[in-house]
Design a protein around this ligand. Structure first.
Ligand code: PLP
Length: 394
């Protein structure tokens, strides 16, 4: 049986999967079983924030695994407390953190905090959460309902929980707020929806309005968090102070971890929420190592150098291939090229892989780039050479 046959026979086919079999990664270069190399502009959908085989991360994981991988949350967990402190300090917000295992789970936690806030802080119970069109918040029944894309709300999984609606744009959010609204949940740069950043002034105005109304602002930073946009959080870049922030993708460098942080530290009490695996020794040790690496690269300017370098190359490419791409979009190392059609998008991704370059899709017509934050200039150079080759026949 080939690997593809084995996968198709035994793994539920929920992904439109490619069958390149990667067996090793070094920095932002991947190798398949035949030894062919690929430049990784995807980093496992923004997860491998410090690249593949990072020495500090792999050492931290191995050392921690040799001691304790997991003790339940009924005991204090030293690396968990340390990671919580580190995240809070890097964010600059006075918040407390709950650790989960994924982005969807972090958002579930955020919604639970908001719902209890709505129950306890108002005369009438407030429970409604407003999200935005083209957003993505996860795959659980609740977060899929929070996701502002009709195609996700298939009747297969109905009924969905009440209290979620999505609006076409920020302007419409103001109108949608009623006396049962407890929170607005947004991504500052919509990732899955097409690498679309919101306008900073518009976000700041919304933040001020929500604060005045006593409504919570939840920022889903599952993709934008952990230096992806150039600052530790996109909320830092937008210079706002949300009530609740969720993190996941880049935080563990590939080890599953999610986090929800809030300044409303007294809302959840013992027994309100929990997770068996959340914040265990292994994942939080990984998170500490990741933040140790990235904080240094942020402080010495390496991250901003990498994204400026990437940005310049992408802008040039968009300009010289106006037949294929409308424009370049995104922020930091969260970038995209808006293709002129979904057929072009699909062909670009397929040809890139053939040329030894991993890129992603987003939305209906965006080619998405989420390279590791530790990507080398030489890898960026080689990736763009391969990308040019991949699109030369289109
Ligand atoms: C990926 C993503 C999620 C879901 O994360 P999972 O770990 O797959 O549950 C939620 N929100 C945003 C913005 C994401 O990019």
């Amino acid at each position: 049986m080939t690997l593809e046959e084995q996968d198709k026979k035994y793994v539920l086919q929920t992904y439109a999967r490619d069958y390149t079999n990667f067996v090793k990664g070094v920095s932002s270069t991947l190798y398949d079983e035949t030894g062919k190399d690929y430049i990784d502009f995807a980093s496992g959908i923004g997860v491998n924030s410090v690249g593949h085989g990072n020495e500090k991360l792999t050492t931290a994981i191995c050392e921690q695994a040799k001691n304790i991988i997991h003790i339940s949350n009924l005991q204090v967990i030293e690396p968990q407390a340390k990671l919580a402190q580190k995240i809070v300090e890097l964010s600059g917000y006075d918040m407390g953190i709950f650790f989960a295992n994924s982005g969807a789970e972090a958002n579930e936690g955020a919604i639970k905090i908001a719902r209890k806030y709505g129950e306890t802080k108002f005369d009438n119970k407030r429970y409604k959460v407003i999200t935005l069109e083209h957003s993505f918040h996860g795959r659980t029944i609740t977060t899929v309902k929070a996701t502002g894309q009709e195609s996700f709300h298939t009747p297969h999984f109905s009924p969905y929980p009440d209290g979620f609606s999505y609006e076409e744009n920020i302007e419409a959010v103001y109108q949608a707020i009623d006396d049962e609204t407890v929170a607005v949940l947004i991504e500052l740069v919509q990732g899955e929806g097409g690498v679309q950043p919101f306008d900073k002034a518009e976000i700041q105005a919304l933040t001020a309005h929500l604060k005045k109304e006593g409504i919570l602002l939840i920022v889903d930073e599952v993709q934008t968090g952990v230096y992806r946009t150039g600052e530790f959080l996109a909320s830092n870049l937008y210079e706002i102070e949300p009530d609740i922030i969720t993190l996941a993708k880049g935080l563990g460098g590939g080890v599953p971890i999610g986090a929800v942080m809030t300044k409303h530290k007294d809302i959840l009490s013992a027994g309100d929420h929990g997770s068996t695996f959340g914040g265990n020794y292994l994942s939080t040790s990984a998170g500490l190592a990741v933040l140790d690496v990235l904080e240094n690269l942020y402080e010495n300017g390496t991250i901003s150098e990498a994204f400026l370098y990437f940005e310049e190359k992408l802008k040039k490419l968009a300009k010289t291939h106006e037949n294929l791409f409308e424009k370049e979009v995104g922020l930091g190392l969260m970038r995209g090229l808006r293709a002129k059609s979904s057929a072009i998008q699909a062909a670009v991704i397929k040809n890139s892989l053939k040329e030894g370059l991993v890129v992603l899709k987003a939305g209906r017509n965006t080619v998405r780039f989420l390279p590791s934050l530790t990507i080398k200039k030489s890898e960026i150079d080689e990736g763009f050479v391969r990308f040019e080759k991949a699109i030369s026949t289109l």
